[in-house]
Design a binder for this molecule. Structure first.
Ligand code: PGA
Length: 249
């Protein structure tokens, strides 16, 4: 399983970030999971310096620009140079700040060009009875992946994060059956876009109100390869409980 801890902007103090990293490293040593930490951009280089632990680092976003006279931008190359291996692209909180599908596609290409493994986030705002949410998610995936070369497509990690489930408590998250159904659907789309057998190896994550109370059930959903965890990833007690739940899943 792959666990991506999305610290968002919850952590604003460097000492707090260092403590949380230590707790996350402990979790990494206790589970079989691969742990990726996505800290706020100003902390990434400091936390990732001389990293010899099992955890890897991710950008929470990359700039649409490629450097130069662009005040305030944090580019894919900067994140790579600071120690990131991954980059979250198209998170709903970035899409809410005007990242359209076209912008997401461009950022995805920038991440790949700088050798960052992109974690492409998709997810509907709400579910409707007619299945419009399915074509909405299909469009988010296709618009991002279709412009890429076949080789680039094999590197994408997909994170399904329905907006209606983000930032809430476990009882608001998706259920096991619905998650299995959705992951099957996502894999079908990936099979159309990613050449040959590679699509079978593509990782599909779930995110949205993952907590100790539901992670075990969700982890048992067929074909899900891991989780993108927000608020529970910045709470040491929840983190430890998540590790415990996963160990017995
Ligand atoms: P959450 O956030 O776990 O707090 O719901 C997940 C995310 O937005 O990546």
């Amino acid at each position: 399983m792959l666990i991506v801890a999305n610290w968002k902007a919850y952590i604003e103090d460097l000492n707090r970030a260092k403590k949380l990293l230590l707790a996350s490293k402990k979790l990494a040593s206790k589970t079989e999971c691969d742990i990726v930490i996505a800290p706020p951009a100003p902390f990434l280089g400091i936390l990732a310096a001389n990293n010899k632990s099992q955890v890897a680092f991710s950008a929470q976003d990359v700039s649409i620009t490629l450097g130069g006279a662009e005040t305030g931008e944090a580019t894919a190359a900067m994140f790579k140079s600071a120690g990131a291996t991954y980059a979250i692209i198209g998170h709903s909180e970035r899409r809410a700040q005007a990242d359209t599908n076209a912008i997401v596609a461009e950022k995805l290409a920038h991440a790949l060009a700088r050798d960052l493994i992109p974690i492409l986030c998709v997810g509907e705002q709400e579910r409707d009875g007619e299945g419009r949410y399915l074509s909405y998610v299909r469009e988010e995936i296709t618009s991002a992946i279709a412009p890429l070369t076949p080789k680039e497509r094999t590197k994408i990690i997909l994170a399904y994060e329905p907006l209606w489930a983000i930032g809430k408590t476990a009882d608001h998250a998706i259920g096991q059956t619905d998650l299995t159904e959705m992951v099957l659907y996502l894999r079908k789309i990936l099979a159309e876009l990613i050449p040959g057998k590679h699509s079978q190896h593509a990782l599909v994550l779930y995110g949205g109100s993952v907590e100790p109370e539901n992670i075990r059930d969700l982890a048992r959903a067929s074909l899900v390869d891991g989780f993108l965890i927000g608020h529970a990833s910045v709470d040491e007690t929840m983190l430890a409980a998540i590790a415990g739940q996963l160990a017995s899943a």
